[in-house]
Design a protein around this ligand. Structure first.
Ligand SMILES: *[C@@H]1O[C@H](CO)[C@@H](O)[C@H](O)[C@H]1NC(C)=O
Ligand SMILES: *[C@@H]1O[C@H](CO)[C@@H](O)[C@H](O)[C@H]1NC(C)=O
Ligand SMILES: *[C@@H]1O[C@H](CO)[C@@H](O)[C@H](O)[C@H]1NC(C)=O
Length: 475
């Protein structure tokens, strides 16, 4: 019966694995076009470093019968030209990227001196190194704070053609100089190319990746967690970065009472980066802002537009509910709106719908500033949301679809709540939403690395998530 035990064990194990996998709230996919752009930057850094490289003197002593001893010194070797024209990147799924550069060209210039017992002579030497091939692997991981790590392995460089041109007076020495210079330069450069690449990754790119913001603070209470939930994954068409994508309470973090649905989408070659924002991302925002008590507002008459024909006083409201005017003639009013649950975002047929509910408490303000509770109404609102990307931020705009009202409590006797519909629609559209929109228009930060900007954006709502396709530029 061993196999049944194994089967039970396997089922249990698979179950445990599927339970422990956390779906990301934010998933980035860097396409081969984006990867290529990134590798071009690495390549140009390598070219620059090679151009500024100091090649050590090549010197030694050669004993000959005729002249007894020759001291040679090849020095002031500089690289005057570097060109690495061809680069090919292969995505090796589950392993990493293989980067292969070919047809590279380097030109060096230098001086030579030879001293013997009876003479000394000097000249210049130039080398053209053709058909340089460089290859290495890039592997991706994450550190314990959830930031991405990249490491370079298996670097190899190969120089197939190296042509040395010597000039000076003693042409009979040229062959000796070539014989001294050629193997040393070949060995030095092929080692140095991989060493320089290694330095670029450890000294430049790794510190740079440390600037990836895994948490972005929004205000004193709320932040966004952009840490990697699992290792970056190399797929056949992209490098996948699964990030937590969750708003949370900075003061005391707690699990949200819902989980992220699976998030996957296709990419093509049109853009460098595709980002999926799960509905989870937006819903954690609503949940956290609601839990820290940010989703309440008081409306008073002075918040209405100056030319408004509606006023928040017992005179105006009294034309809709006569008791108000009768019981509290000519007084200002105040409305206190508070959400009673977190707003929920749903992606429906290409639209993003926000549904929210709450209570409106209406007060009359007595001449001595005391508030008298008049009535309270339960409110359900459906709001259409437009999401955009501006600079390095995600922004939003809300427009009211409809509000449903029902009376909860009245201290002024019964009345038809429908008579308040127009006034409430007006207050929400004209007073509340513009305030929320101004905040949403300021935006919430994306997990971008310094010096990268986005361009050519496409924003598309899908089922369960928002897809953003974009190019990026390093400046
Ligand atoms: C290389 O050779 C030049 C010229 O002989 C000399 O000035 C320089 O000090 C040498 N550099 C080193 C590091 O030996
Ligand atoms: C709104 O008014 C209520 C009732 O007067 C008060 O308790 C609350 O603190 C006010 N809220 C804000 C955000 O001003
Ligand atoms: C304000 O006026 C009302 C009615 O005149 C009165 O009942 C209440 O006690 C007053 N409150 C204060 C704080 O003076």
């Amino acid at each position: 019966m061993k196999w049944t035990r194994d089967l039970v064990f396997c089922t249990f194990f698979l179950h445990a694995v599927s339970v422990s996998a956390i779906n990301p709230g934010f998933k980035g996919k860097i396409t081969s076009r984006g990867i290529n752009y990134g590798c071009q930057i690495v390549k140009s850094v390598l070219q620059n470093r090679l151009l500024n490289m100091e090649i050590p003197n090549i010197s030694g002593i050669k004993y000959t019968n005729v002249l007894h001893q020759l001291q040679y010194n090849i020095n002031r070797i500089t690289i005057s030209n570097v060109n690495l024209p061809d680069m090919n990147i292969i995505l090796v799924p589950n392993l990493g990227l293989k980067v292969a550069m070919s047809n590279g060209y380097i030109e060096t210039n230098g001086n030579w001196q030879i001293k013997a017992n009876i003479f000394r002579t000097a000249g210049t030497v130039k080398a053209q190194i053709k058909s340089i091939a460089i290859s290495f692997y890039l592997k991706f991981g994450k550190d314990n704070t959830g930031k991405p790590i990249v490491s370079m392995t298996d670097c190899a460089s190969c120089i197939s053609k190296l042509q040395v041109y010597v000039s000076g007076r003693a042409s009979w020495l040229y062959n000796l100089i070539i014989r001294w210079y050629e193997p040393s330069l070949r060995r030095y450069l092929s080692d140095e190319i991989c060493l320089e690449l290694q330095k670029i990754f450890t000294e430049k790119i790794s510190p740079f990746l440390q600037t990836v913001p895994v948490t972005k603070k929004i205000d004193k209470c709320v932040g966004i967690d952009y840490s990697l939930t699992s290792l970056p994954e190399v797929a056949k068409d992209s490098l996948i970065l699964p990030l937590k994508g969750e708003f949370y309470n900075l003061l005391h973090r707690a699990d949200v009472p819902f989980s992220a649905p699976p998030l996957d989408f296709l990419v093509d070659y049109d853009r460098m980066l595709y980002i999926g924002f799960s509905e989870y991302f937006f819903n954690t925002a609503g949940y956290v802002f609601n839990s820290v008590g940010d989703l309440s507002i008081n409306i008073t008459d002075d918040m209405l537009p100056e030319n408004s024909h509606i006023h928040l006083d017992t005179l105006t409201i009294g034309t809709l509910i006569p008791q108000v005017k009768k019981m509290y003639p000519v007084m200002k009013m105040k409305l206190h709106l508070v959400s009673d649950s977190a707003p929920v975002v749903t992606f429906l047929n290409g639209k993003i719908i926000l549904t929210t509910s709450g209570d409106v408490f209406a007060f009359a303000i007595l001449p001595n500033s005391t508030l008298v509770a008049l009535f309270s109404i339960k409110l359900n609102a459906q709001i259409t949301t437009t999401i955009g990307i501006k600079d390095d931020k995600i922004t939003g705009q809300l427009t009211l679809d409809r509000i449903q009202l029902s009376l909860k409590k009245s201290n002024i006797g019964p009345f038809q709540v429908s008579c308040l519909q127009t006034a409430i629609d007006f207050l929400v559209s004209i007073v509340i939403l513009p305030r929320i929109n101004a905040a949403l228009d300021n935006g919430y930060p994306l997990p971008l690395i310094d010096h990268f900007t986005l361009s050519n954006l496409i924003v598309q709502p899908h089922k369960n998530f928002l897809l953003v396709a974009t190019d990026f530029t390093y400046t």
